[in-house]
Each structure stands twice: as C-alpha cells, then as structure tokens.
Design a protein around this ligand. Sequence first.
Ligand code: NAD
Ligand code: ZN
Length: 353
Amino acid sequence: MAGESKNLAALLRKKGDLEVVEVEKPSPGENEVLLAIDSVGICGSDVHYWTHGEIGDFIVKAPMILGHESSGVVAALGKGVSTLKVGDRVAIEPGVPCRQCDYCKGGRYNLCLDMVFCATPPVHGSLANYYCHAADFCYKLPDHVSFEEGALLEPLSVGVHACRRAGVTLGSKVLVCGAGPIGLVNLLTAKAMGAAKVIITDIDQGRLDVAKQIGADFTVLADSKDGREMAKKIESTLGCMPDISIECSGAPSSIQTGIYATRSGGVLVLVGLGPSDVTLPIVNAAVREVDIRGIFRYANCYPTALAMIASGKVDVKPLVTHRFTLAKSLDAFETARTGAGGAIKVMIKVANK
Ligand code: NAD
Ligand code: ZN
C-alpha cells in the first residue's frame, strides 16, 4: 500500500483513450499531504469525460488522470501540515476552493470561481497509486469506517447538500426521481434526516428493487413521459403529494414530473444534469409556489456524511456492486458505462493487486 514504488494512474489522454500508465510520483506542496490511494468510486462524470471528452464548458485538452471519489492513507506530509500524520486513513473531499472570495468566506465554497476539483479539466484526479491533496480537505476516518465508505462520502455529500437545500426534516414526504447512485444517496439521507416517507422513481425496475431494499417506502416505474400522469401515480401511491421532490435523473420528463408532483408551497431540488435547455411547466410551479432550487456538488457536507456513516445512521455499503483493481480500470469503466450486471457503484481497489 504505502510502500508501492511505482505510481500507476488511469490516464485519459483524450476522448475514448483511457489507459493505466506509469506517471511521476507527486510530492506534496505546502499544506498538502501525499496519499497512498486505497479506493476510488467511478462517477458518471468520469465515464462522461472518457466517452465524450467534455462536460459543458470543461473540455479535456490535455491528458488528465480520472477519479474523484477517493480515500487513502497519508504517506508523507508537506510543509506546514499539523492536523494529519503519516499512516492516517482519510477520505478526500475532491474540490479545493480559493478560501478567499465572498463565496468561500460565506460558507458556500462550492460556488467559488477558483475551485480546483479533481478530474475536472485541467485538474488531475486521484485514480492513481499516489496523489497529493490539501490537508484540510482530508477527513480522518474512524477505524470502523472502511476505505470504500470513505470514498462514498463524495456522492453521499451530494445527498446531504440536496436534502439540506430541500429542507428535508422530521416527517417530510419526499419524492426522489431517479434511482442511480445519486438518487439512492438522496433516499438514504432523506430517511436519516427524518423523512416520514420516501417514494422513488426510475425507468429501470432493477434499480427500483435496490431502492426498496435499502429503505424506499414506495417505488414507481416511470413508464410514462407525461408529467401529469406520473404525478397522479405518485400521489396515489404515496397517499398525498410530496412536500419535497429531489430530481436525480436529469431527464426532462422527470423534471416536469417533479414540478407537477410537488404539493403547493413545496420545494423541487434539481440535482440531475441533463440537456442544458429544458421545457418546463413553469407557470404551474409559479402559481402553486413550488420553489425550484439547484444544487452544485456540496459545501460543508463531508463531516456530516462521515458522522452519518460512522454512527450507523446511513449504510452506503449496498451501493457498491462491483470491484476492480487499478490495472483493470478499463473493465471497471466499461461496467460503469453499461451498467452490466446491475452495476450501481463500481469501485476501483487501487491498493489491491
Ligand atoms: P445515473 O445515470 O446512474 O442515474 C440516473 C437514473 O435516472 C438512472 O437509474 C436512470 O434509469 C434514471 N432515469 C432516467 N430517466 C428517468 C425518468 N424519466 N424518470 C425517472 N428516472 C429516470 O446517474 P447518477 O450518478 O445517479 O447521477 C444522477 C444525476 O445527477 C446525473 O445527471 C448527474 O450528472 C447528476 N449529478 C449532479 C450533481 C450536482 O452537483 N448537481 C452531482 C452529482 C451528480
Ligand atoms: Zn473562493
């Protein structure tokens, strides 16, 4: 693990060209630590950079190491680091903001314009044996929290941020649209935050079955693109209209469903990112005072996500369906891309041979 001599990394040279190659071992700068990476979850965005070479304005113009859902062991300390020591097991919050701007000072550092985020071009990610990161964005894992759970703090933090923005609280009735990894972490978080009932939709019955196993009260197959029709199904299954809807698919018809389904005065949070321009029944939302809020990643959520896992309030372990070694990264990406074998979260075990 910490004694690995070579530094192998999953390097995306350009769209469609991903290879595990040896790269230079980095050395930690001031206030940084060198990490021997243990586990890295594959996210939809990693797959998208591989298959499309870009997401929105972020374009892969130079070779980039992928991966941003990571955990590992501190292998060396840069100058000035006093909060961690060699051998500490940590989860890595992948985005490091400037810490100086109004957004950062106001606590909404996810909106920082100078954010440096792993595996978002041109910044290298952490799918490598060794990787350097700001020490204050590494969170020490208690002994009983596994490296995989540490890596899963990343998507779980998206759930924490979305449920906070949605105002989920004791007794909330929540609709989650989409039962991919992000929909599922929203389901888990909403339940942990006291939601009385969570209903979840997907077009894939297999994913709905997983949602049911991990605690969804109701599931609804999204077999219609008619938002009003889907909203009726949701209301009759749940027994009322949800107070809160959290859209986690990005599908236009599902966002439309989210508006129609939410009770008047409720909140719709948009987590899923699909086409940039979508036609929405906005007047319906306006006259019923349905607040529509976006979210972008998370801020101040890692400590909460970790506390939820460490206390046993949330169990993210069932999300991991497949594991691969670093050498087999291409197979891992192919499995994540196709969803073969009911894949939900594909984990790369970097420290394993
Ligand atoms: P995913 O593709 O694995 O999951 C999406 C799920 O939605 C799939 O299970 C799919 O079958 C389902 N779906 C498709 N059409 C649907 C419909 N009409 N109704 C209901 N369900 C439908 O992706 P994921 O990793 O779970 O991420 C979900 C979304 O969240 C993506 O769009 C991703 O880009 C976005 N995301 C946003 C943020 C953010 O900060 N806003 C962070 C992470 C992910
Ligand atoms: Zn900033």
